[in-house]
Design a protein around this ligand. Sequence first.
Ligand code: TYM
Length: 326
Amino acid sequence: KPRFFTGIQPTGLLTLGHYCGVIRHLVSLQDNYEVIIMIADLHAFTVPNSVLNYHERCYEMAALLYACGLKEENCKIFCQSQVPEHLFLAHLLSPFVTVGSLSHMIQYKEKKKNEETGNLALLSYPVLMAADILLYDADLVIVGQDQRQHLELTSIIARKFNNFFGQNLLKIPQFIIPDQGAKIMDLRNPTKKMSKSETDHISLLDTPEIIKKKVARAVTDSENKIYYHPRKKPGLSNLLTIYALLNGWEISEAEKNLTGLGYDQFKSKLTQLVSDKLVAIQKNYDFWRTMIEVLLEKNTNYLRTQAGNKVNLLKKELKIFSLPRK
Ligand code: TYM
């Protein structure tokens, strides 16, 4: 089976943005691929947090991902820090990227608000991300819109590396950024992507009451007519996108379904839809939480073997010191 790879940081709990952008795709294609999801705890550590329990958060996030409908036999979720080869490969890739190009990355510039936050880990973040992707010879990688530049850099680094050593040591995967849902916006501030740090994100663990409140106060416009126009109607178009995606429809089908309704009626339909979806996920969550420790251990062993094989092969080709194996 072709291998699908993606990563998610464990900084906050999963949001509806993660679900619409990436998770729902993996759920629907998992039968035809081997899906690998990495919980990027080392990436989360680029902005260290002394209060966050990374360990516990990794378990929660893995359980919640499985609760979204990913199956144990199709999908291997693991935690980045458990496979040291990520850092090893990142080091091997580092000479193939300049500090100048890293300092121009959009996310670096956004996160580096001042000299103090512009730290080395944040700067080299895209190199670690390239290593994550290239370590497993993935065939496909799926991400949301905000990660596009990191994927482009991954290809550039891999190509330089392969050229330098004169052979295709690193496999460049196909990159997938979905047409719809790759950038779900914040409900109150629909010019910003929905994320844990924004004012009104919907968490996958929100209760129906909270969902109702958040949808009710989502920003729309005064036209009271439902159609898709992200520039003129960013708030409404975002809600419409969520409504279409959760129904498994095209936007045009969603527009048709809502013809003649006002915003209040639309919002109550949307509230119902989101609540039904999330309540179903939440019902599975406790079950997966009890299973997750054993499952992560099994997945980790599998991925350690994969990563170890790849690094051994690179060491051999690059003539890096290795003690003879007994
Ligand atoms: P992260 O943790 O910020 O987000 C995880 C994935 O979810 C997507 N996403 C969204 N999609 C649509 N709408 C939104 N509002 C939204 N918010 C987040 C992101 O684009 C991402 O695909 N650097 C990565 C994690 C990572 C990774 C990797 C990904 C580390 N190594 C290797 C792929 C391959 C990140 O911070 O994603």
